[in-house]
Design a protein around this ligand. Structure first.
Ligand code: IVH
Length: 668
């Protein structure tokens, strides 16, 4: 196949997978296979740069930063919606619609949709390719944010259709998921940057970047729900529009529902008011639209809102409560996070008694004091947050918060580096940090070790059985069974789960290492790009920063992490425990191992290995480690001040190895 042909086929195939993934929510291939197609296309386009087109799936980022945004006129104005706040309002809306249409006796068909809390955008496609993307602006003209919208994966760079319509203006919402919002705020807190108040502001801030590479680092998402000006699109109802958009490869919200009466719309509103916290993004209500486009036309507009639609707004969840104390929590990187301990209060279905105050500066900015009455809400409906201090309720008894000087967990000094908002525990072996670290390592998104929960980790650390994450792999069933509230069976489960995690993907392992600024996504990017831990051990900050999606902060952090001797030590210990990322297994296979089937006994103190480690190493390479010397022993490895096992080996004429000889033999 010629290169231009292969390029064409790859684009079509990638386009199809984008459609399956984003529009239909039904991917057919694994992310890794998709990435492979994309990489192949990048490679071919590099060979033939003349064939690169702006709608190629490789062209999502890369534009130079702008000086300012141009303005774009909307061919059809972008309207806003009237609001209703309860069922009575909604019924009144329906009655008005019926009256104006002269349809008092027949129920109106509506479409009810979630009101996504993001930013309205308009996308223009001309004969297929995405040409312009704009904000709503004043409704008549918006800002040209094409470069930024190109970075949103669910916005296709080319519309599907055979042939695609000559002109298509699509309207919808760009938003940020709650998970992404949390990730970004956490990063910002660590860098001492001001936090985004909610996912909507975060999405807005991201779309208003003059440098699209910044937008690309914030993973935004989209749902399309309307048409603007179009040529060559034939639809009769709003429901048809949604089906059309989906077929064209755009992402639509699957919860949208056709309702045969306002009662049914009301049911939808109540249902989603209840269920809204199950969603991975924030909604602030339900949008209700008359389904028939003909009836929509008959109803028309009033000022800048259509008469055929309205927004049913959910009430905001806020409660007042008292701050009983401000405590500090030690994170995995030693970050000390002040937390408001509050009089428990029910906010929207769950009891809130703690809320993070992020850092000292945030506390000063909000002026939260111990004893204050505050207003709490759930940011993005999930994470409790102090939004306001009721200063008028102060009695004068309130106390200001001061950061403790020593770590509550290990007593080491707490330091705040110049320019950083975050104070950190300077302790090198702080149990609180270790606990968070192990917990993170074992978590679902990282090594995915079941049965290893908080209280187990606490005990393991308290008893000195776990001093770093690698120690998990050296635990025995008896050690675990000796812990509080631990039956034999559960101990076995713990050990089995740990065992079962020995061959994670490289991305999971990297994520689990808990490198600052490296979350799940970045871990995957790094893993895909470098392919092995060995490659990462030698990687330079420069090489890292050249990887797409890796900014300077991440590059610096990753390079520093892998450059540390403690990291080397930890990786060696993990590898010796048989923790080998999947990609590397083949290399490590024991087929041509020099010690296959050989039995080893260790005696005396080893200086460069821990005994357990050496035993695992032997096992992994297909040998056997035993604790007794017998005629079946092949080698006895002697360390410092060996005991009777050494004598016995001499007596039986068994080969004796020094630690160095052993190390050479196993290639360690
Ligand atoms: S339709 C003429 N549908 O809500 C109708 N809007 O307050 C225009 N929004 O500016 C909007 N989800 O940003 C519509 N499913 C949805 C929506 C939605 C969120 C936003 C949109 C609009 C605002 C109106």
């Amino acid at each position: 196949m010629s290169v231009p042909e292969e390029i064409r086929e790859l684009r079509a195939e990638i386009g199809r997978h984008n459609y399956l993934y984003h529009a239909l929510d039904a991917p057919e291939i694994a992310d890794a296979d998709y990435d492979r197609l994309l990489r192949r296309l990048i490679e071919l386009e590099a060979q033939q740069p003349g064939l690169v087109t702006p709608d190629s799936p490789t062209q999502r980022v890369g534009a130079a930063p702008l000086e300012s945004f141009d303005t774009v006129p909307h061919r059809v104005p972008m309207l806003s919606l009237s609001n209703v706040f309860d069922d009575a309002d909604l019924r009144a809306f329906d009655q008005r619609v019926q009256r104006m249409l002269g349809m008092e006796d027949s129920p109106i068909e509506y479409v009810a949709e979630l009101k996504i809390d993001g930013l309205a955008v308009s996308l223009t496609y001309v004969n297929g390719p995405f040409t312009t993307g704009a904000t709503r602006g004043d409704g008549a003209t918006g800002e040209d944010i094409t470069q930024n919208l190109r970075t949103v994966r669910s916005i296709p760079l080319r519309i599907l259709g055979d042939p695609p319509p000559p002109l298509l203006e699509v309207r919808g919402e760009v938003y940020m998921t709650l998970a992404e919002f949390e990730r970004i705020n956490q990063e910002r807190a660590e860098r001492g940057e001001p936090l985004f108040a909610n996912p909507r502001n975060a999405a807005a801030g991201s779309l208003r970047q003059l440098d699209a590479s910044v937008t690309a680092e914030r993973r935004l998402d989209s749902f399309m729900y309307a048409l603007g000006y179009t040529e060559g699109v034939d639809v009769d109802t709003h429901w048809d529009i949604l089906a059309y958009l989906r077929g064209a490869g755009l992402r639509t919200n699957r919860t949208s529902q056709r309702c045969d009466s306002i009662e049914s719309v009301m049911g939808f509103c109540h249902e989603w008011h209840q269920k809204r916290r199950e969603l991975p993004y924030k909604i602030d209500g339900v949008v209700v639209k008359v389904n028939s486009l003909r009836l929509q036309g008959d109803l028309g507009f009033v000022s800048r809102s259509p008469r055929w639609a309205t927004a049913y707004k959910f009430p905001a969840e806020q409660k007042a409560t008292r701050v009983l104390d401000i405590t500090v929590n030690v994170g995995r990187t030693g970050a000390i996070t002040p937390t408001a301990e509050m009089e428990p209060v029910e906010v929207d279905g769950s009891v809130v008694s703690r809320a993070t105050l992020h850092n000292e500066d945030e506390i000063r900015r909000k002026d939260v004091r111990i004893g204050d009455w505050v207003v709490v809400q759930k940011a993005g409906d999930v994470i409790p947050e102090v939004v306001d201090v009721l200063k008028e309720k102060r009695t004068g008894e309130e106390q200001e918060f001061f950061m403790p000087v020593t770590c509550p967990s290990c007593g080491a000094e707490i330091v705040r580096s110049p320019g950083e908002a975050v104070a950190r525990c300077a302790g090198v072996s702080c149990p609180a940090q270790l606990k968070e670290h192990v917990w993170h390592f074992a978590s679902r998104g990282a090594m995915n070790i079941d049965h290893v929960g908080e209280s187990l980790i606490e005990q393991l650390i308290r008893r000195g059985l776990v001093r770093d994450v690698a120690d998990l792999y050296y635990l025995t069933r008896d050690q675990v069974a000796g812990l509080d509230r631990m039956a034999e069976k559960s101990a076995q489960n713990v050990i089995d789960s740990i065992e079962g995690s020995r061959n994670p993907t490289l991305a999971r392992l990297i994520h689990g290492l808990g490198i600052r600024h490296v979350g799940r996504h970045v871990a995957k990017v790094v893993a895909d790009h470098f392919g092995s831990l060995d490659a990462l051990r030698q990687v330079s900050e420069k090489a890292l920063s050249e990887v797409p999606e890796i900014g300077p902060t991440i590059a610096q952090s990753v390079a520093a992490f892998f450059g540390r001797p403690e990291t080397d030590e930890l990786l060696r210990k993990l590898s010796n425990a048989g923790v080998v990322p999947q990609q590397l297994q083949k290399v490590e296979a024991a087929a041509d191992s020099p010690i296959l089937g050989k039995t080893f006994v260790f005696t005396g103190a080893l200086s460069s290995f821990d005994r357990k480690e050496a035993e695992f190493l032997v096992n992994r390479l297909g040998g056997k480690a035993s604790s007794n010397v017998s005629r079946k022993t092949d080698y006895v490895v002697v360390g410092d001040s060996p005991g009777s096992k050494h004598d016995k080996a001499v007596e039986l004429g068994i080969t004796i190895l020094s630690e160095e000889q052993f190390a050479r033999m196993v290639g360690a």
